[in-house]
Design a protein around this ligand. Sequence first.
Ligand SMILES: Nc1ncnc2c1ncn2[C@@H]1O[C@H](COP(=O)(O)OP(=O)(O)OP(=O)(O)O)[C@@H](O)[C@H]1O
Length: 566
Amino acid sequence: TRSAETKAGNLYELLSALPSQLQPHVDSPDDSTFIHDMFGERSLHSLVKVNLLYVFLFSALHPLKRGLSEELQVKGGSGGIRELLKLLAKPHVKSLLSVHDTVAQKSYDPDLPPLPDDIDDDEESVKIIRLVKNKEPLGATIKCDEHTGAILVARIMRGGAADRSGLIRVGDELREVNGIPVDDKKPDEILRILAQSQGAITFKIIPGIKEEAPSKEPKMFVKTLFDYEPAEDKVIPCKEAGLTFKRGDILQIMSQDDATWWQAKQDSHANPRAGLIPSKEFQERRFALRQPATHVFQAQKISNRRSSGFRRSFRLSRRDKKTNKSMYECKKSEQYDMADVPTYEEVTPHRRQSGAMHRLVVLVGPAGVGLNELKTKLLISDPRHFSVTVPHTSRPKRNQEIDGVEYHFISKNIFETDIQNNKFVEHGEYNGNYYGTSLDSVHSVLSKNKVCLLDVQPHMIKHLRTAEFKPYVVFVKPPPIERLRETRRNAKVISGKDDKGSATPFSEEDFLEMVSTGQQMESQYGHLFEKVIVNDDLTAAFSELNGALKKMETDTHWIPIRWTHS
Ligand SMILES: Nc1ncnc2c1ncn2[C@@H]1O[C@H](COP(=O)(O)OP(=O)(O)OP(=O)(O)O)[C@@H](O)[C@H]1O
């Protein structure tokens, strides 16, 4: 027994070491937890122990397998043998060994039922299918044919149990489940029978005439631009078959055969089973039907607040500290654009080739959140790598200023023509003069192979989303108000209401506005943000931003596929 225990001890060690040995071959955290749980199971350890004891008794004492007790008795009376005889005579040891034998001799091959003999001649092609059902759903949906009333397989979920079996096809007609005829039953009742069935389920099926051609569509990935919870979707044909996702998740589209319900799986999950998601067209349609009145109203409300809450400046490039704030009002239309219903965007992995132009870094956030502070820190940290644009203005040049350094000075007429010709990313008016950031000024930074840091109002992002700029949009978000009060105790905000642009400590109203504007921006434009950084502790926020930008340059990121074929 000691030797058996030593073996068992070694085996336990082996069992406990296995999960970490297997770790490198396991991709998903779910699988890793499963392996840990399985090898850590006490019942598995006990089984090993029983088996070893058995093996020890019957192979170590070989050839005494039969009539072991008698043989031992013949051998006579050492203390050890007597003890072993006593042990073997105990009823629970006897039952344990007989259980072992029963289990070891059992055949676990599926036991298929005989073919039913009542098959009609014209039902030659009937299929009897037996699937063993575990906790996993079957991965098929059924429907009642409008004309014939037959129960048909409506959909096979890619990667699900039915799909993997390869035995059930879309269009197959279901005749019986576990011997129960289904032709007089409604799909709901059949689903109930299926849900109640444990273990093996037998289906009698008439194969559909049209065999489903295996899909040869190329792999398509999308970034989701909205949150989806099938349990809350009143029209999904089968809630259990739905796929939950959060805005920003990357999904692989497995089937678009159905115009309303696509099949997709989470790219990051190892689970091969697809789930139902609303198709792009369907989601757009129902969004449009649901929203019209509220959206116009919301857009109006937001744009009223935005004149102060969404303000931005060209402060970094200016030397004149006195008038460096809120110099212009936004002129572009900020109406909600119904063409931009956020559903899915087709994406593809992208990695910047060394030496290739950098992606444009677009920073957005509510006024006062710290965009300038973060930008300045980046510039100081590596002035040869990061840069900002030089803005244009129609105001007269001051003595100490140099054209092309603080500003590009141009006349009001030229400024107006340039506006007409869409030469500006953003422009505005302040004290009777125009100010603006031109597209050329962005090109100029990028062509020097520098990372261009540009802060804009969030509604401008969509104009920058081009193959050339491949913008990497960072949203700088304010922390909760209690943290703002704490961290900004000594900070100054340049008041937008005050023409002199004097710096004053943040007021409670500034904090409230910052937080609420931040929330509005996130809910309206969040689908366009690639990175969200909470500017709580400044040093932490800066290092997070710096880290994200390094990754942007070296790692593979998902970008819209339309940016790759320009
Ligand atoms: N994490 C932080 N902790 C403490 N103070 C901060 C933090 N971030 C920014 N500040 C301070 O808040 C003030 C406003 O920051 P900053 O000017 O960078 O904001 P902004 O977003 O550029 O504002 P605006 O859009 O109005 O120009 C500055 O005094 C800045 O030093």
